[in-house]
Design a protein around this ligand. Sequence first.
Ligand SMILES: Nc1ncnc2c1ncn2[C@@H]1O[C@H](COP(=O)(O)OP(=O)(O)OP(=O)(O)O)[C@@H](O)[C@H]1O
Length: 239
Amino acid sequence: MPLLTEVPAAVRVEQLTRTYDAGGQLVHALAGVDVSFVPGTFTAVMGPSGSGKSTLLQTAAGLDRPTSGRVFVGDTELSGLSETALTRLRRTKIGFVFQMFNLIGALSVEENITLPLRLSGVRPDRRWLAEVVDRVGVAELMHRRPSELSGGQQQRVAIARALAIRPEVVFADEPTGALDSTTAAGVLGLLKSIVDEHGQTIVMVTHDPVAASYADRVVVLADGRIVADAPQLGSAAVA
Ligand SMILES: Nc1ncnc2c1ncn2[C@@H]1O[C@H](COP(=O)(O)OP(=O)(O)OP(=O)(O)O)[C@@H](O)[C@H]1O
């Protein structure tokens, strides 16, 4: 048996389809996608607008149910889960980073970072939190509100929030889309180092070839199918 099949995937999707009914017209956003993401890897998902990138992320993350096919996070298959169990799995195993940061303005940085732990009723691992906060470079900002931070600082807080639960996987949807190129390079370097140093698994949707160059694998979608899937040797250096 080939060695690769023996490495349990952090996330795996099989024959995934997602069809939307857009005013009576069926849109096949995903038309049969098979892909797995091995632990400790950084994958960029690219492709033209409308090719299904966000739909893949949403279904793989259990935010949206596929029309058919299967999604595994670790060894848990999502289709068998109730909404409550799915929510619990998302809160304990999946980190999210969004283009617009999605921090809660009324909460401090510290409260934003620990919110997923409080929502899932998990006692914070203070040592891990301190390590994350330090690694992400927001230790000096813990008592500020998001509105008092730059875009790059806000995205670092969002990354710390995603990592706080020690997720199986972090899904990032255009995480540098709202940042200037210098700030984006810092955030991408941070994501890459988290993969390299902590063995985190990251799947990042991006339009930007420069952002994709930080990943160690690029999966390309077109019309809801994978049309290319290649490793990148010597991906961009840590910023
Ligand atoms: N809720 C929805 N209802 C109907 N059609 C949808 C819905 N969400 C997505 N689609 C359609 O599914 C297809 C794939 O959309 P998706 O957002 O996954 O693409 P994308 O590659 O992420 O695009 P972009 O790069 O523009 O964000 C598109 O044709 C889109 O119009």
